[in-house]
Every structure is written in structure tokens, then in C-alpha cells.
Design a protein around this ligand. Structure first.
Ligand code: CA
Length: 221
């Protein structure tokens, strides 16, 4: 299990590296965003947001655009978590400084469990069938036929919510409140952006209809 650790702070990187090694992980540590993007593929990425060369959020977006590797963002401030969640940069989880190695290991194990590479099992009640789409809420994975569709956490949440009641209209307010949360003060454009992403990623496999002035509906297959 290889961890790509992106952290410019030497003491933090050193203690984290030692802790990860003790728990049997291999660690590839880099100190800049450029080095992170040039690094060999890893099984999981630990990404500090405060990097000396580029914004860690941009590194996160770029990594997510290229690969579905689990990304755990390391934030220096609690309010950065809201920023990361709101901006939808594709991170799988967050850990706020200061943190212990145990906490980081627990997060790594959790994201690897959620994203582990196995086909959905039709016999498990967690996999919902929608035509050719298999939605596994437990593993947070979606497949069309046998192809996995890589979704950001919010895209997944949005699809999972709409899929709770195919054919029913969900109001914009309901979707924003349920998928983002009642503290969401961002642009409601965010919802449209996520709906567009689902349409793009699934093509003809699912149909999300716009109900003008109301919200959206996932059509029955
Ligand atoms: Ca830093």
C-alpha cells in the first residue's frame, strides 16, 4: 500500500511518514504541488492544502481529473474544511491539523474501504439497480454495465438522493439542503453544475429531467 504524502512542513511530514511506515505503509513524500502531480501513482494521497508553489485545492482538482485515487486533504484550519467541501474539489475525506497518526490511519482505511475495487454484487441489498446502472450506497460506487463511473462525493450524494425515488420531483431547496447542508450559502449554480456532471458522466444510462421552477427528477429506467 503506497501513500503519496504531499506536505511541505518537514517535522509534520517526518512524524507522519514514520507513523505510516510503522503501520506497514510505503510512503512517497513530496513537498510541492508540482512534485505531487509528477509523482508515481499511489494507492492513496494525503494532500496538505498549504503548499509553497501552488494552491493545494488546484492540486486536488488536477489529481481528481486524472485519476480516481482516494485523496485525503490535510487542512490547517477548521474553516478550510467548509471551503473544500463547498468547492467540490473531489477530495474523499479531510483531516484537520493538529491530528494524530492514528486518526490519519483510520481515515486511510475508511476511504480505502469505501473506494475498494470490486464489482457490485447484485445479491447485496445495498446495490440498487436502475436500468444498466448499479448504485451501491454502502461502497459509494456506481457502475454502468461493468464500467465504474467516477463521481465526486457530492455527485454521488446527489445521485443517491434522486435515486431514492425515481420519477419523483425533488425541489432545488431540498436537494441543496440534503446534499450540501442548511449552512450552505454558496451559489445555487453549484446544484446545476453537479446535475450537468451527472448527465455528462452517465450519458444515456440515466435521465435527470429539469422541472422548470421546481427542481429535478431522475426518470424511471
Ligand atoms: Ca503546509
Amino acid at each position: 500500500m503506497r501513500v503519496l504524502l504531499v506536505e511541505d512542513d518537514d517535522p509534520i511530514a517526518l512524524s507522519l511518514t514514520q507513523g505510516l511506515l510503522r503501520h506497514g505503509y510505503e510512503v512517497d513524500r513530496v513537498g510541492t504541488g508540482a512534485a505531487a502531480l509528477a509523482a508515481a501513482p499511489a494507492d492513496v494521497v494525503l494532500l496538505d492544502l498549504g503548499l509553497p508553489d501552488v494552491d493545494g485545492l488546484d492540486v486536488c482538482r488536477e489529481l481528481r481529473a486524472r485519476t480516481d485515487v482516494p485523496i485525503i486533504v490535510i487542512t490547517a484550519r477548521a474553516d478550510e474544511v467548509d471551503t473544500v467541501a463547498g468547492l467540490e474539489v473531489g477530495a474523499d475525506d479531510y483531516v484537520a491539523k493538529p491530528f494524530g497518526v492514528r486518526e490519519v490511519i483510520a481515515r486511510i482505511r475508511a476511504v480505502l474501504r469505501r473506494t475498494r475495487r470490486e464489482q457490485p454484487d447484485d445479491t447485496t441489498p445495498e446495490a440498487q439497480r436502475l436500468g444498466t446502472v448499479a448504485l451501491d450506497r454502502r461502497a459509494r460506487r456506481v457502475h454502468v454495465a461493468d464500467e465504474e463511473v467516477a463521481l465526486t462525493p457530492k455527485e454521488f450524494d446527489l445521485l443517491a438522493l434522486l435515486a431514492e425515488s425515481p420519477g419523483a420531483v425533488f425541489t432545488r431547496e431540498h436537494l441543496i439542503e440534503a446534499v450540501w447542508d442548511e449552512q450552505w450559502f454558496g451559489s445555487t449554480r453549484t446544484l446545476d453544475v453537479h446535475v450537468s456532471a451527472l448527465r455528462r458522466k452517465f450519458g444515456a444510462a440515466i435521465t435527470v429531467s429539469t422541472v422548470r421552477g421546481v427542481g429535478f427528477r431522475l426518470e424511471r429506467p
